[in-house]
Design a binder for this molecule. Structure first.
Ligand SMILES: [Zn+2]
Ligand SMILES: [Zn+2]
Length: 241
């Protein structure tokens, strides 16, 4: 099943104002993506409209965020329900340094509904590193009922490789790479690629095939939902190098 577990919306300061949750979901549906995650930087506040849109477009939603750890490593935190994601989002908001957001300089951070109408904005800069270490993020997200995938581990910025010099072991369900086969040591973890869309034209550019059995596909499509244990099991079947 075609999946894409890392995408931004207009709420991320570096995300295009044109990439509303509606545009993300519509573009993903057009490209045949069946499992889609919204992962804005350090926030889940656009997930409620994303949830409604996924129902309309028959896409299985994964709710989450791309958290920035104290070391400035980007990590995907993923949930199977909106409620769990919003709980983590609320907690993570308290770990953000109170730097006022400057939309002129840093880009907009707007919360929009399913009709692309702006309903609010976040006034603290979302691009900061959280008061949370890489060693703490796995246990924290697990406590909230989610799973964790370090983002773009082979990218020379905001990755384990760029910040630590290597991929470190942890409670990761998989590692996200920009390119496969990987150019870094990946310690036997399952490997995926994701689009990391910041603009409408990025949607679907690096979606991957999630290895699900036929019965599991039918079940997930009928329910409009994939439980995290099933997602985790399917991820464990992805290629490893
Ligand atoms: Zn990133
Ligand atoms: Zn990203």
């Amino acid at each position: 099943m075609l999946a894409d577990l890392h995408n931004h919306s207009c709420l991320s300061p570096c995300g295009s104002l044109d990439l509303s949750p509606r545009v993300l979901v519509e573009e993903a549906a057009r490209r045949g993506i069946k499992i889609l995650a919204l992962t804005d930087h350090n926030t889940c506040a656009n997930c409620p409209s994303f949830a409604k849109l996924c129902v309309s477009y028959n896409i299985i939603p994964i709710f989450g965020m791309e958290a920035t750890t104290r070391e400035e490593v980007h990590v995907l935190c993923l949930f199977d329900t909106l409620e769990k994601a919003l709980s983590l989002g609320e907690y993570v908001h308290t770990l953000l340094p109170p730097i006022p957001h400057d939309p002129e300089r840093l880009g907009d951070q707007v919360i929009v509904n399913e009709h692309d109408e702006i309903e609010g904005e976040i006034d603290i800069y979302l691009g900061s590193a959280l008061e949370l270490g890489l060693d703490e993020i796995g246990p924290l997200v697990e406590q909230f009922g989610g799973l964790v995938i370090p983002a773009h581990v082979d990218r020379p910025a905001f990755s384990m490789t760029s910040q630590l010099g290597f991929v470190s072991a942890g409670p990761w369900s998989a590692l996200e790479c920009v390119r496969l086969p990987p150019t870094v040591q990946t310690l036997g973890y399952p490997l995926i690629t994701s689009s990391d869309a910041h603009y409408p034209e990025h949607v679907g550019r690096r979606a991957f095939e999630l290895p699900l059995h036929e019965r599991e596909c039918q079940q997930a499509l009928a329910a409009g939902k994939i439980d995290l244990p099933l997602l985790s099991a399917a991820l464990s079947r992805c290629r490893k190098d």
